[in-house]
Design a protein around this ligand. Structure first.
Ligand code: WTA
Length: 630
């Protein structure tokens, strides 16, 4: 089994070792997995290209490490524990043996439908066990999965399917979420009508059993394709650097990009980080509330826990259905030991009052985690006192889609914790703070731009179909460093606090969004002339979306409604602006650049000191924008 750090002294010693000789350290970590063939070279890298290769020459299949390896030692242990949306519904359990068989059947079904190594398969599914099963089935046969969060619109789905030229889409009929029954297949049908010509098969999992339209040429039922298959499917031999998956994420410009992760390094790092960050012990029940449509679900619902032989709980529903006690009811029901959620959920539940959390016995909790966005002090304290009862340490985990795994975090019971501080780098992670001139800022009690100066196994390899974009976005701002896009502060004792994005990316309810992407969507409205989108502090969501819109119509109310519709159609409801202000103009520099700094201040209600606006092309609009603020 992979190294699990036990105490502070060991953390310090392991960290030193991982930095002094990273190759030796990661070779040792990689040694605890099943390889079909050992690697020839631990690491080969050049951030200028960028080229990052871990364990090259090595051959493996990640599913053998998630499943086959555990059959003998824990075949009858529960691997996936599934809790339905409906609290009266039945919990579903897959032991490692059952999961192995289910994955093999699904893998054989994929093959029978023409999917092979290197083909891309898109997923558009709710949080049902079949999603995890089918994702693993792809990995089993060497197909590359691209999971799209099922809240995205048909347009957004079609964009992603086309970018990765997926051969297949796997979806459900409907998604039962809270009190709603959301059509899923219908969205896929719409996406298919938008020119997804590469797709030759749509496999539909019958979830709620509602009516769906059917296209005999491409559509097939999951149960008809999967149920009769053999539960034996040899795992495809993969090179360590073969692609495992693509996951689309937003950046400051352009369309979302497909972040590519590869088999070997991702396997080693997600397992290592899972074991250490959550201090998972045999027999524990671990629950991460994320959706598999995001990186957190990939790394810490599916791969990390299964690699570590854990019992991972998967929840179909939402935190507030049927009431605001649902998370805690599930924790009590399944005696959850490690609980991992997002600050936005903590804030939303905190706002509903303490009675919900006090109703349930949470004494099984040993570690509680937070991640995906900054956690404010009030939420941290509430989480600590009301959920952890001061007994379960909070791990505030900082990481990104691009990092593949948790990078900066306390280790529970091992390092100290401090509200709002992700605190300490994981072994093998070398964070640095940089100033705008490209120099490293040393010492403590300082603030700068967060970079990572040495490769780690689960880092991004490329952006699908556009390697230059990967270089330009992450490796060109600072020579020989990976730039995160985040600002951070190092306190007097050396702990790191993530301040937030320094680019035009905003984080709304833990969902990452490019302001340019939302602007592009708004601009699809025929009467919108120009728009500018910024984030502003929002009590529950962390950040809200504030849109300034210039239009050639004056009926503000209908216009607002139509803009919301356009954004929902272009991206999905998660990108709907919280506030839309119709403005006569946007403050611009003489070179025509929108002054977002001013717009951010106005959106935050901070209009006292807007700085010097006299150099603007159109200083007079600032007053008008200020006055019309919503
Ligand atoms: C932000 C989510 C503060 C950060 C796993 C990062 C955080 C972006 C934290 C990545 C944290 C993530 N504290 N900010 N603990 N974790 N972030 O790709 O701005 O959806 O760059 O990955 O979320 O979001 P992504």
């Amino acid at each position: 089994m992979i190294l699990q750090i036990q105490n502070l002294e060991e953390y310090q010693q392991v960290y030193q070792r991982s930095v002094a000789d990273p190759e030796a350290f990661w070779a040792e970590m990689a040694d605890s997995f099943v390889w079909k063939k050992k690697w020839d070279r631990v690491l080969d890298w050049d951030f200028r290209t960028p080229k990052v290769e871990w364990f090259s020459g090595g051959q493996l299949n990640i599913t053998e490490n998630c499943l086959d390896r555990h059959l003998e030692s824990r075949g009858d242990q529960v691997a996936i524990l599934w809790e339905p949306n409906d609290p009266e519904g039945e919990t579903v359990r897959y032991t490692y043996r059952e999961l192995h068989a289910a994955v093999c059947r699904a893998a054989n079904a994929l093959k029978a439908n023409g999917i092979g190594k290197g083909d891309r398969v898109c997923f558009y599914m709710p949080m049902v066990p079949e999603l995890a099963i089918a994702v693993l089935a792809c990995a089993r046969i060497g197909a590359i999965h691209s999971v799209v969060f099922a809240g995205f619109s048909a347009t957004a789905l079609a964009d992603r399917v086309k970018d990765a030229t997926c051969k297949m889409i796997i979806c459900s009929d409907y998604n039962s979420r809270g009190a709603k029954n959301i059509p899923v297949k219908k969205v896929v049908d719409e996406a298919m009508d938008m020119g997804c010509d590469s797709v030759t098969r749509v496999i539909v999992h019958r979830n709620t059993g509602g009516e769906v339209a059917w296209n005999d040429r491409v559509d097939r039922w999951w149960h008809e394709e999967v149920d009769g298959q053999s539960s034996d499917c040899p795992a495809e031999t993969m090179e360590a650097e073969d692609e495992l998956f693509i996951l689309y994420t937003s950046g400051s410009t352009g369309k979302p990009k497909g972040v590519v992760h590869t088999c070997g390094g991702y396997m080693v790092y997600t397992c290592f980080s899972f074991k250490n960050v959550f201090q998972y012990q045999d027999g524990d029940v671990y629950w991460c509330t994320a959706d598999i449509g995001w990186i957190t679900g990939h790394s810490y619902i599916v791969y990390g826990p299964l690699l570590a032989g854990a019992t991972t709980l998967m929840f179909e529903g939402v935190p507030t259905f049927p009431d605001a006690g649902r998370f805690w009811q599930i924790c009590e029901k399944h005696q959850v030991n490690q609980f991992y959620t997002a600050p936005t959920a903590i804030r939303a539940l905190m706002a509903r009052g303490d009675e919900w959390v006090e109703k349930y016995d949470l004494s099984s909790l040993k570690v509680i985690g937070s991640g995906g966005e900054p956690i404010n002090e009030e939420a941290w304290n509430w989480y600590n006192e009301k959920v952890g009862k001061g007994q379960a340490p909070i791990v505030d985990t900082w990481w990104q889609t691009e990092t593949g795994g948790i990078m900066i975090t306390p280790l529970p019971g091992i390092t100290d914790t401090k509200p709002c501080f992700a605190a300490y780098p994981m072994p093998g992670i070398q964070p640095v703070l940089m100033n705008a001139d490209g120099q490293e800022i040393e010492g403590n009690d300082v603030e700068g731009l967060l970079c990572i100066k040495f490769p780690w196994p689960s880092m991004i390899r490329t952006t699908w179909g556009d390697h230059d974009r990967c270089r330009n976005v992450y490796f060109s701002a600072f020579a020989d460093k990976y730039f995160t896009g985040d600002g951070a502060r190092r306190d007097a004792e050396g702990r790191l606090r993530i301040i937030g994005r320094v680019d035009d990316v905003i984080n709304v309810s833990g969902h990452r969004m490019g302001t340019a992407e939302v602007e592009n969507a708004i601009n699809q409205h025929g009467h919108v002339v120009e728009s500018a989108v910024v984030g502003y502090p929002h009590d529950i969501k962390g950040q809200g979306i504030y849109a300034y819109v210039i239009a050639d119509r004056t009926d503000a109310e209908p216009l607002r409604r139509e803009i919301l519709e356009v954004v929902t159609k272009e991206i999905g409801p998660i990108a709907k602006p919280d506030k839309i202000q119709i403005v006569p103009g946007l403050p611009k520099t003489r070179s025509g650049k929108i002054m977002r700094r001013i717009l951010r201040k106005i959106a935050s209600g901070d209009t006292g000191n807007l700085g010097d606006v006299s150099t603007l092309l159109n200083p007079e609009v600032v007053e008008a924008v200020k006055e019309g603020a919503v």
